[in-house]
Write a protein that binds this ligand. Structure first.
Ligand code: ZN
Length: 605
């Protein structure tokens, strides 16, 4: 039984009846067998593959598409032009592609292609290969693609290529002709502009012939001993139920392993006097991180995970990551934790990252923050763990350049707008639920989401449903506002009228986005009281602590809200959202403090 078939089955019995109407109940399936011969003189390779695509959709497929990512690394490619014309280019790309000599371009040229034994016509269109099928692949049928191709590995520019800035010879990511995803909302044939991938789960059996003496790490499990692979130059990896396959090769890699429960963690890096110590400490942190993430989100389902020096920063792949390695310990652990955390969101849930990038980067950032806090507890002084994402998002919102979270990952007008939305606002999306449904319901919702939607490509609605199920609250409004609009949150204390025995507090919603309110009142006798005003449209309220008092609902249509409390001591201060769980863009109007005297009136100007 494969991983994919075991994991969901555990949860299927209890959750099947609740599966949403949008979820179709099928996924395409693909199995690749590849044989690759690497020429390290020309930086080229030759490949042949058999890819068996099972069309589990109810639709007949008349065409098929493959990604040819390496074709992005040529002058005038979409990636090149985009990176030279966007107002804030990624410094790793900039104008580097247009300046490459032809011998350093990347390309993939398909030489032959047969489908079910018969030659078919195909067209190279930049980073996509279009295949005209002789006969449709009917619903429920399997088609066998037999392909030969040659490729030139680009000089390392973005993620993949030969000779990265730290001297790693081959970072082989987005490197082979990969069948595009067809799912319930159609084909996904995104040209390669710069970011995010989508793929079909399947089994990969990849044999790589490299010069003797090279060490290769990557996705999958090596089928022979590393010593025999190094001396023979033949490397066979098998990976089950993955959406992609990545590898890296270098003659100078040092390799070590450790265990995280049943999972083997592999480490590959080059010897470096300055950084060896950090790499020596990394395995212990990585094992602790995997244990923490297993607990927080759900069990990591693959047999191994490889942390490999390579690439141009950090990039996630199934069962592997390529990271740059010349880093401080904190930075090395930070990038490892982030990329490892992607395993849950990019590899196993595998939301379409082009459409819903915040559900990959944002959710990954959210758990990374918590994991780093766990690993470096002694280094954390105080405060809300997600505060840097909150301030990054709030600054962008106030700048006027924010674009909605729902924007396609490649189509933001600036790289900054993408980065803040996908990473920071995406992290806030989850963190902020603590103010709406409470931390316990949010944590439970996250685990249920992973259990229910693993290996199914969920989208925002599936996440919303799990948070609703965990809390019993209606969250349509929250996901609509926060994902589809750039409306901001700003609540204020409008006025306070106090006499000897009571106080009336008037609040105001200034921002367009509604949000339930937590109100902290401190009295002169030292007592601190908490009040909670839910939104009417939530149809309930989060679980309250013993010292919290539930106030009547606040209808979102009403810009102001008033409540009166009985007092036995004068009020010293009132604060909205004292825990800073909401992304309130203006905190100056959240607090009122009084000198202690009776008969006061406060009115905000
Ligand atoms: Zn990431």
């Amino acid at each position: 039984m494969t991983i994919r078939s075991i994991l969901p089955f555990i949860f299927l019995v209890s959750t099947f009846a609740k599966v949403s109407a949008q979820y179709p109940g099928w996924q395409q399936a693909i199995d690749y067998t590849m044989d690759i011969t690497l020429d390290t003189t020309l930086h080229q390779y030759h490949g042949q593959m058999t890819a068996k695509l099972t069309n589990n959709s109810p639709d007949a497929l008349n065409r098929a598409f493959f990604h040819l990512f390496f074709n992005a690394f040529q002058p005038e490619s979409m990636m090149d032009v985009r990176s030279r014309t966007i107002s804030d280019p990624d410094s790793r790309v900039g104008s580097r592609i247009v300046e490459l000599p032809e011998s350093e371009w990347g390309w993939i040229k398909v030489e032959s292609l047969k489908v079910n034994g018969k030659t078919v016509e195909f067209t190279h269109d930049g980073t996509i290969l279009e295949v005209q099928l002789n006969a449709p692949i009917r619903a429920g049928k399997r088609a066998t693609f037999e392909m030969t191709w040659s490729a030139q590995v680009p000089r390392q520019i973005r993620r993949s290529g030969w000779m990265n800035k730290e001297g790693i010879e081959y970072s082989m990511t987005q490197w082979y002709p990969k069948v595009c995803e067809y799912n319930h909302d159609g084909w996904h044939t995104e040209p390669y502009i710069g970011r995010e991938y989508h793929g079909i789960w399947g089994d990969y059996d990849v044999t790589i012939h490299a010069p003797k003496g090279y060490t290769i790490g990557g996705t999958g499990v090596l089928q022979q001993s590393m010593e025999s692979a190094i001396s023979s130059g033949t490397w066979n990896f098998i990976a089950e139920d993955v959406i992609d396959f990545a590898w890296a090769a270098d003659p100078d890699y040092l390799h070590s392993t450790t265990k995280a429960g049943e999972v083997t963690l592999n480490f590959y890096h080059q010897a470096s006097e300055e950084y060896n110590e950090n790499w020596a400490e990394l395995p212990e942190y990585a094992a602790k991180a995997m244990a923490f993430l297993n607990e927080l989100v759900g069990p990591y389902p693959y047999p191994q995970y490889s942390i490999i020096q390579g690439g141009d920063g950090g990039m996630e792949y199934p069962m592997a990551t390529l990271i740059t390695g010349e880093r401080s310990l904190r930075s090395l652990v930070g990038v490892t934790v982030h990329e490892m955390a992607h395993s849950w969101f990019q590899a196993v849930l595998a939301t379409n990252e082009s459409l819903y990038e915040f559900m990959d980067e944002g959710m990954t950032s959210y758990v990374t923050t918590l994991c780093m806090r766990h690993l470096f507890a002694e280094a954390i002084t105080s405060g809300f763990p997600h505060r840097s994402s909150y301030s990054s998002y709030i600054n962008q919102a106030l700048s006027g350049n924010e674009e909605p979270l729902i924007t396609h990952a490649d189509h933001y007008q600036t790289n900054r707008a993408y980065g803040v939305a996908a990473y920071s606002k995406g992290e806030v999306l989850l963190a902020q639920l603590s103010a709406i449904i409470g931390s316990n319901a949010r944590d439970q919702g996250l685990q249920e989401y992973f259990a229910k939607w693993s290996f199914k490509h969920p989208g925002p609605l599936e996440l919303k449903q799990c948070m609703e199920a965990a809390s019993g609250l209606d969250l349509d409004w929250y996901f609509q506002y926060f994902i589809n609009t750039t409306h901001t949150i700003d609540y204020a204390i409008k006025s306070v009228y106090e006499n000897e025995s009571s106080a009336t507090i008037n609040l105001e919603r200034i921002g367009a986005m509604p949000m339930p309110q937590n109100i902290t009142i401190t009295f002169a006798n030292g007592v601190i009281e908490q009040y909670h005003a839910p939104l009417t449209m939530m149809r309930g309220n989060k679980a309250l602590a013993d010292n919290e008092t539930l106030l009547p609902d606040w209808p979102w249509t009403h810009p102001t809200y008033s409540f009166t409390i009985v007092t036995s001591s004068p009020i010293v201060s009132i604060e909205l959202d004292a825990l800073r769980q909401t992304a309130d863009v203006n905190r100056d109007n959240n607090t009122v403090s009084f000198e202690v005297e009776w008969q006061r009136i406060y009115q905000r100007n």
